[in-house]
Design a protein around this ligand. Structure first.
Ligand code: UDP
Length: 361
């Protein structure tokens, strides 16, 4: 059985790599296809996991629009799939790469497996365009690998047949377990800071770019100045994000602004943080494994499990609501590192299910 794994961005590599490596280590025929939707940040992760893509579609262009990405992935992926004739194509999450690869495979009548199926915010425009991407992918896949029971229920509510849905956990937990024991976390993060107990921040969501992002940064500035707590912030490569960050906190001594770091360094920073402020999906899923409370700076969430387990707060994006959430987070001390998103066995489950062994379900 030949499996193609298609990915184009940082989070896709992190969540596809453990599944790909699991298949590969068992001697399965695997083909890695990089679209390079986000060139630099994708490459950084491919290297960490030691993947060597057989194909690099190199679709990224300067100031690329979503439609340009769709067109370029479609055009460049089709000949590869026609040549390789895989039995199955794996896509992950909700990116434009994932949606387009799914559509391309569907047109060629190749079955698709969706890793991280069933996440829904309930608002088609938030996150944008991810909520539409995930819905379109889930309609058309053969295998829907839902991370949690709630994700499965979302799919059932949309009328998707139960025999296509498998609750397997989130492969991000497999990824962090693969990496975590490989390194000395403390010495890695000493490159950026002499002491622990800082806030770790990431911001990048398209729908937050603009006034929402500015409000989050202003609230964090106020909190950091009042408490003396530093903020370590690997700033996303998106030029629009970088401009806002530079204007709002570029010269602020409370902020340690750094380039995006590879996964080893990011997990080491997570390990030393007091708590996390983020609009990222993956970071919300990883933080509980490090006993870190998460301030989710978004208006909606497709990961209610975090909030319901008391491991984070949906802070919104107004200055006042974010400032209150930061104070709430500062008082939290999580004792258990039980993670509602997975147990590190997702790759094994996906392997067994695609091989017809449904013992897990
Ligand atoms: N991450 C990283 N380096 C960084 C920032 C984030 O390795 O400088 C990782 C993080 O651990 C998480 C993933 O990137 O697994 C999240 O990516 P992003 O926030 O871009 O996307 P999302 O998860 O929101 O789809």
């Amino acid at each position: 059985m030949k499996s193609c794994f298609v990915f184009g961005t940082r989070p896709e590599v992190i969540k596809i790599a453990p599944v790909y490596l699991y298949f590969k280590n068992l001697g399965e025929q695997v083909i890695a296809i990089a679209t390079a939707q986000h060139r630099e940040m994708m490459d950084m992760m491919v290297e960490v996991f030691g993947m060597k893509p057989e194909y690099d579609l190199d679709v990224m262009t300067h100031n690329q629009s979503l439609n340009t990405i769709v067109a370029r992935v479609m055009e460049r992926l089709e000949p590869v799939l026609m040549k390789e004739k895989p039995d199955i194509v794996f896509v992950q999450g909700d990116t434009t790469t994932a949606f387009t690869a799914c559509l391309c495979a569907f047109h060629l009548s190749i079955p698709v497996a969706h890793i991280e199926a069933g996440l829904r915010s309930g608002n088609l425009y938030d996150p944008f365009p991810e909520e539409l991407n995930r819905r379109l992918i889930d309609i058309s896949c053969k295998y829907l690998f839902a991370p949690t029971e709630k994700a499965k229920q979302n799919l059932l509510r949309e009328g998707i047949e139960e025999n296509r849905i498998f609750v397997v956990g989130n492969s991000v937990i497999d990824a962090l377990q693969l990496i975590r024991d490989r390194v000395n976390m403390i010495s890695l993060r000493r490159k950026f800071t002499d002491s622990d107990g800082y806030i770790l921040m990431t911001l990048h969501r398209r729908e937050n770019i603009g006034e929402r992002m500015r409000s989050v940064l202003r609230a964090t500035t106020r909190f950091a100045q009042e408490t003396g707590i530093k903020v370590i912030f690997p700033v996303h490569k998106n030029p629009r994000v970088r401009q806002i960050v530079s204007e709002e906190v570029g010269n602020n001594p409370s902020f340690i602004l750094i380039e995006p770091v590879d996964y080893l360094h990011f997990l080491s920073l997570l390990d030393g943080a007091k708590f996390v402020v983020t609009d990222s999906g993956g970071v919300q899923e990883e933080a509980p494994s490090f006993k870190k409370f998460v301030v989710v700076v978004r208006e909606t969430t497709e990961r209610p499990e975090l909030i319901e387990a008391g491991l984070g707060v949906l802070a919104g994006t107004s200055q006042q609501s974010v400032y209150s959430a930061l104070n709430q987070a500062n008082d939290k001390n999580l004792s258990s590192s039980e993670n509602p998103f997975g147990d590190g066995k997702t790759s094994e489950r996906i392997y067994r299910i695609t091989r017809g062994d449904n013992v897990w379900c």
